[in-house]
Design a protein around this ligand. Structure first.
Ligand SMILES: NC(=O)c1ccc[n+]([C@@H]2O[C@H](COP(=O)([O-])OP(=O)(O)OC[C@H]3O[C@@H](n4cnc5c(N)ncnc54)[C@H](O)[C@@H]3O)[C@@H](O)[C@H]2O)c1
Ligand SMILES: CCCCC[C@H](O)CC\C=C/C=C/C=C/[C@@H](O)[C@@H](O)CCCC(=O)O
Length: 261
């Protein structure tokens, strides 16, 4: 599947995994809109990408995904500027057990909102041409840690929502593929924040357990997550899939038992 002429929106695109995905999309000739809270980082990132890929291929929109109206405006501006939308990556995420309600807002509510907005712009239900949505979860949804109870809950939620929406997309003939991606530990600034009491609150005392897991399971590079993301975007046979990326098994998929009573 060629991405030439396709338009992608990536939340949390200014840093870490999102940034690596933006880079891969541009390398595949897609137009990309980076949506991020961090204005300074977003503008710096856009300047670097303009220098590498040429101006007019990448745009930065400052937006807190937890603000539903601002997120709606970001989708509207994307379509206003590039005329269409084909790929949406709901990637922005935080780990904050102290302000756990914010964690639910950013990691789960905004992913739901981002999926619904993506469908408004891409689903045949709304007379649009189809597309693909990838919601970023985490291996924390499969191998939990006492250090991040609410983060873990949100990442379980992302998988459940994504799988149910993938079924809705088939039964409703949306023409949109919807998948989830679950990385294990990845070398990004987010991973540094887990030792901070301001983020983890009383659960910070379990940080040694978390760090032992990191040593045991290893730490991935963002480029491998971008590779997995590109596979989900370009392989049209994948729909409703839950991709896992770990050091021991690389890019692979979770398998589910068929539903039974
Ligand atoms: N790093 C890991 O080990 C790891 C593992 C599994 C899953 N994940 C998930 O991958 C995703 C990306 O994580 P990362 O490690 O690249 O994080 P990161 O902190 O390095 O980058 C996240 C980006 O999202 C932006 N962001 C945060 N809150 C936002 C908001 N409310 N609105 C808009 N933008 C916002 C930040 O400014 C930043 O640019 C998250 O959903 C995270 O939960 C990360
Ligand atoms: C602040 C960011 C938080 C990131 C949280 C991480 O995503 C949590 C990752 C937790 C565990 C990762 C475990 C990986 C294990 C694999 O190497 C493998 O042994 C397990 C494979 C299981 C499978 O794929 O079925």
């Amino acid at each position: 599947m060629s991405l030439n002429g396709k338009v992608a929106l990536v939340t949390g695109g200014a840093q870490g995994i999102g940034r690596a995905v933006v880079q891969s999309l541009l390398q595949s000739s897609a137009k990309v809109v980076m949506v991020d809270l961090n204005k300074a980082l977003g503008e710096e990132c856009k300047a670097q990408l303009d220098a590498e890929f040429g101006e007019g291929n990448c745009t930065f929109i400052e937006c807190d995904v937890a603000n539903g109206d601002a997120l709606r405006d970001a989708f509207q501006s994307t379509v206003g500027q590039f005329g269409r939308l084909d790929i949406v990556i709901n990637n922005a995420g935080i780990t904050n057990e102290k302000d756990w309600e914010k964690t639910i807002q950013v990691n789960l509510t905004s992913v739901i909102k981002g999926t619904y907005l993506a469908l408004e712009h891409m689903s045949k239900e709304y007379g649009k041409q189809g597309g693909t949505i990838i919601n970023v979860s985490s291996m924390a949804a499969f191998l939990h840690s006492p250090h991040q109870p609410v983060y873990t809950a949100t990442k379980h939620g992302v998988i459940g929502f994504t799988r149910a929406m993938a079924d809705a997309a088939i039964q409703g003939d949306y023409g949109v593929r919807i998948n989830a991606l679950c990385p294990a530990f990845v070398d990004t600034p987010l991973l540094q924040s887990v030792e901070d009491e301001d983020n983890m609150g009383k659960f910070v005392k379990f940080k040694d357990d978390f760090k032992r897991s990191m040593t045991k399971f290893g730490v991935l590079q963002p480029s491998l997550i971008a590779e997995g993301m590109m596979r989900l975007i370009t392989d049209t046979s994948l729909h409703g899939a839950v991709m896992k990326i770990t050091c021991s098994k690389g890019i692979h998929f979770h398998t589910y038992e068929p539903m039974s009573a």
